[in-house]
Design a binder for this molecule. Structure first.
Ligand code: NCD
Ligand code: ZN
Length: 348
């Protein structure tokens, strides 16, 4: 492999927000142009709670897909204290869903119906453990007395480590980890625990949000942390360790909702992630690990085949150009701007 050209199996995105309606139609092609599959987050309003909801949402996604794109949405259910274990079992066995999603109540966008009392979710979690259904976890506590930059680390101590002890057979994915603590927690478990890492958390630290003014398009949850954490994430992502894989958490919000006195959380990276990752992995002298992170480790964790199709990326002398805004009927969505030029392109 020359260092200017790389061929890998087509990537997947193991954490994605597609929304619904006009927004879904506008953002889906940005993902399906690059990725073969994506784990679709269920935090719609109202959330995707049941097998019937997931089937209906999947049909809306498939209907919105450009005819020339080859893409399969992998659906999830939003775990609540009222989730019915039998419905979950049927949804999984019939191939409707690939995972459940745990949002602590109030942790992030549209998470009001999330879990408050974990004891009440135990019957579902026990059934999932027995069936091998993965639980995707938004790993932040919501207690007002915990500093927002500490919420991931405290979640590990208070919730995740005890849950792991209580149900070691449950397959857990710590989503969008942002801290060295997250990396270490994953590494300290030898089975059944994986983590997704976003593109933007490999590129920005918290300065990007706050230095020189407030930058709302750099704000997402979990919020970017200090530099040592970004470096720990880079080390994990580029190590080839099978427990770490790509989940972009690409999360569209229109500019009027981001650029506001109370701007909402979410960064949109669907259309430039693949090229940005090539840039990051090259910087870390780890281009040979890009395929593991973007295309191999995720399917291995989910017990799915690797995509047959391949993509080739090449480094050119001219920068790649990306749309900096996505047009939607609801308004413009700003695309993540890494602050540097990217020279990686898809080969013709
Ligand atoms: C996500 C969203 O907008 O739905 N926002 C974000 O900042 N990542 C929710 C989430 O995954 O936390
Ligand atoms: Zn998300």
């Amino acid at each position: 492999m020359s260092s200017n050209r790389i061929t890998i199996h087509r990537p997947d995105d193991w954490h994605l927000h597609l929304r619904d309606g006009d927004m879904l139609r506008a953002v889906l092609p940005e993902t399906s142009a690059h990725f073969a599959r994506a784990i679709i987050m269920p935090n719609l309003v109202p959330p995707v709670l049941t097998k019937a909801d997931a089937l209906a949402y999947r049909n809306r996604i498939v209907a919105a897909l450009p005819a020339e794109h080859d893409f399969s949405p992998l659906m999830t259910l939003y775990l609540t204290e009222g989730t019915d274990p039998d419905d979950v079992e049927a949804a999984y066995k019939e191939g409707v869903i690939s995972a459940l999603k745990l949002y602590p109540a109030g942790a992030t966008t549209n998470s009001a119906s999330g879990v408050r009392d974990f004891d009440r979710a135990m019957p579902v979690l026990e059934r999932m453990a027995a069936l091998g259904i993965p639980l995707c976890v938004h790993g932040e506590v919501t207690d007002p007395d915990i500093d927002i930059f500490d919420r991931e680390a405290v979640f590990i101590d208070r919730i995740l480590a005890p849950l792991r002890k209580r149900l070691p057979e449950l397959r857990l994915i710590m989503e969008h980890i942002t801290t060295q603590d997250g990396v270490e927690f994953v590494k300290s478990n030898d089975t059944n625990v994986g983590a997704t890492i976003t593109t933007h958390h490999l590129i920005i630290n918290r300065n990007a949000i706050l230095v020189g003014g407030i930058h709302p398009h750099m704000y997402c949850l979990p919020v970017a942390k200090r530099e040592k954490h970004r470096l720990a994430l880079r080390e994990a992502a580029t190590s080839g360790d099978a427990r770490f894989f790509l989940g972009t958490d690409s999360a569209p919000h229109t500019d009027d909702r981001k650029e506001s006195a109370c701007g909402c959380a979410g960064i949109f990276t669907a259309n430039n992630t693949v090229q940005l990752l090539a840039h990051v992995f090259e910087e870390e002298s780890a281009l040979d690990k890009l395929e593991a992170f973007a295309s191999l480790n995720g399917p291995a964790f989910y017990g799915l085949p690797v995509n047959d199709a391949k993509i080739t990326l090449e480094k050119r002398d001219v920068p790649a150009s990306f749309a900096d805004k996505i047009n939607t009927k609801d308004g413009l969505v700003t695309v993540f701007n890494p602050g540097f030029d990217v020279y990686w392109h898809y080969a013709e």
